[in-house]
Design a binder for this molecule. Structure first.
Ligand SMILES: [Zn+2]
Length: 349
């Protein structure tokens, strides 16, 4: 077992007016991602302050916006065929792909060779505990079929990823539940770094990093949550964003290797985590991403994995969670410890 969960801490003092200007010492814990070395900061004392920053969900505002945007929504069933773009014939002769209530078509705004939009289903708005496993299984199967089809016609587009922005605080301009799907010839920068470090890890330790991560987290039991079908879930030791969990698809380096158990496992895990976000953390906005190694190439060092995270609650005075320290220092800081989150999420598994 070669994996290292490196952390260190330092203190900072203030004289706090809310405590009669008594000295208050705060401990900051610094954690380093065991694969990439990227550092993250935790201040458990921020939890109190975060209550002022993390506004509760404004249910009335969401209801109002859902009603206002429902009419004329291009992702709703009555408009999807007349209002959404089509792929050129060399990519998809039929223009769009459909599987049951799920659809995939090009985004109006392209940032990679393929920037697509996958619409999950016919519902215009869903609360986080209203997404169903069946809905996601159908949807993910369609995305994998899409990647397989496009890759067979454009084999140079071997890097693919999909994920979700839900509600405006997570970067979504359309309320209707959907996933951006990207395909490109060069790896996405963070994926590139994960793949390179995974290869370095294998070379240095003669063991696959992801296998080592699962085994070590299971043995430690502090952040390991559980398994859904083939997929293993844990709270991220050094997360990219807040309240984050990592899911690993063991032995599968890319989407084209996914089988039924992998797709069902992702669907079940995501559904459980969304229920946890809503019912335990009272969150309503989130992102997730599913990473893939190069399509059609067996990669022994890198395994496909998922990251899922909350974003600020949607309310009329919400506070964004990417301040300058995150934007310009590439530091990110959190209140809830991964061990706490894993412990709470276990009840949903
Ligand atoms: Zn809609």
């Amino acid at each position: 077992m070669a994996i290292e969960f490196k952390k260190l801490e330092y203190d900072s003092s203030i004289f706090n007016p809310m405590q009669g200007f008594e000295e208050e010492r705060q401990t900051i814990e610094v954690r380093f991602d065991p694969l990439t070395g990227v550092r993250r900061l935790f201040n458990v004392d921020l939890a109190e302050k975060a209550k002022h920053v993390n506004q509760p969900t404004d249910e009335n505002l969401i209801k109002m916006i859902a009603e206002k945007t429902r009419e004329g929504c291009f992702f709703c069933p009555e408009n999807i065929e007349k209002g959404t773009p089509k792929f050129p014939p060399d990519i998809l002769p039929e223009g769009r792909l459909r599987k049951g209530d799920s659809w995939i078509f090009p985004n109006l705004f392209q940032i990679y060779e393929i920037s697509a939009v996958g619409v999950i289903g016919k519902d215009h708005f869903l609360k986080l505990d209203q997404f169903s496993v069946e809905m996601f299984i159908n949807f993910y199967s369609m995305i994998i079929d899409f990647c397989r089809t496009v890759h067979s016609r454009k084999p140079e587009l071997k890097y693919a990823a999909f994920g979700m922005n839900y509600l405006p605080p997570a970067g979504s301009s359309v309320l209707h539940p959907h996933n951006p799907v990207f395909m490109t010839r060069n790896p996405f920068p963070y994926l590139d770094s994960m793949m390179k470090e995974s290869q370095n890890y294998l070379n240095k330790n003669s063991i696959n990093f992801w296998q080592d991560l699962i085994d070590t987290e299971k043995e430690l039991g502090e952040r390991y949550v559980g398994r859904t079908k083939s997929v293993e879930w844990m709270a991220s030791f050094s997360p990219i964003s807040g309240n984050e969990f990592t899911g690993v698809i063991p032995g599968k380096s890319n989407f084209l290797e996914f089988d039924k158990s992998d797709i069902e496992g992702i669907a079940q895990g995501v559904t459980k985590i969304l229920s946890f976000y809503k019912n335990d953390l009272q969150k309503n906005s989130f992102n997730y991403v599913v990473y893939s190694g190069p399509l059609g190439e067996k990669n022994n060092s890198f395994w496909s994995n998922i990251r899922i995270t909350t974003r600020p609650n949607f309310s009329d005075n919400y506070v964004n969670d990417i301040p300058l320290a995150t934007l310009y220092f590439m530091d990110n800081f959190f209140d809830k410890m991964p061990e706490y989150l894993a412990d709470r999420l276990k009840e949903y598994f």
